[in-house]
Design a protein around this ligand. Sequence first.
Ligand code: FAD
Length: 264
Amino acid sequence: SLIKPWKYFDRTKVYMADLESGLHYLLRVELASHKILEGPELSTLKDFITVLSKLFPGQQPAVKLLETLQEWLVSLPLDKIPYNAILDLVNNKMRISGMFLTNRVEWVGCQGSQPQYRGYPCSLWTLFHTLTVQAATHPTMHILPGFDSPQILLQVIRKYIHYFFGCRECAQHFEEMAKESMDKVTTLDDAILWLWRKHNEVNNRLAGAPSEDPMFPKVAWPTPDHCPTCHEEIKGLHTWNEKEVLTYLKSYYSVDSISLKYSE
Ligand code: FAD
């Protein structure tokens, strides 16, 4: 049935089950509507998988799948790839050992109080924040030719959203925000804060909208009860202490604090 039993979870944690369910959805559902990948879509997919293969903080079988997919995509001398060939690899048709991606959708921190709420878009934000923190704390991308700019991860995320995100209206909004200020990002820490700021702008815009899960109201995040030092009042006006926010984000989205509860 569509209604799954409620899973108790800690609102101060990131769950691997959300990241892996999101990756499953991205690779087996979202991409599946593109029967043939070519041109800018293909190069975007290659870049996105390259970034994930370096930064996805998952368990070994999922990381191995991303690495294998990355090597295969980059080495193929074709300018068109049928989606079905990608799916065969994702499903490990060649039976390479130690490589596996769950094919279950198991939302935990991203579960909604009704099936129409949360889920995949929540897992995508979670993935993107985790990647920006990974990039700044475990820099492994600068060794890749063409991936050495502190902006590159955000630019790859931007292209993924533009070409593939199923919510077209979201993609348009995100592109507007990116056009306005993404090119001003100059450090890896800046990239973390840029995404945090833009996510709050989206929360602010969507507060009270029909897509809002009443059990998960859209608020400026992190709230004072989760990060008191992130909030300051200057002459009666609320301001963020961005140094504290950065520290909070680096801890909240760090690989070491991802919970494996409910993941396979
Ligand atoms: P989400 O907003 O999905 O957040 C997931 C989790 O991230 C939260 O539970 C919280 O733990 C954490 N979080 C919240 N805010 C921040 C922050 N500022 N920084 C770091 N972590 C944070 N929906 C629309 O209707 N219109 C749009 O234009 C739109 N644009 C989108 C653009 C993108 C790129 C994405 C990924 C999604 C977009 N969505 C849009 C979907 C929407 O933002 C939510 O993902 C969806 O409504 C589910 O909300 P949620 O309650 O699960 O929380």
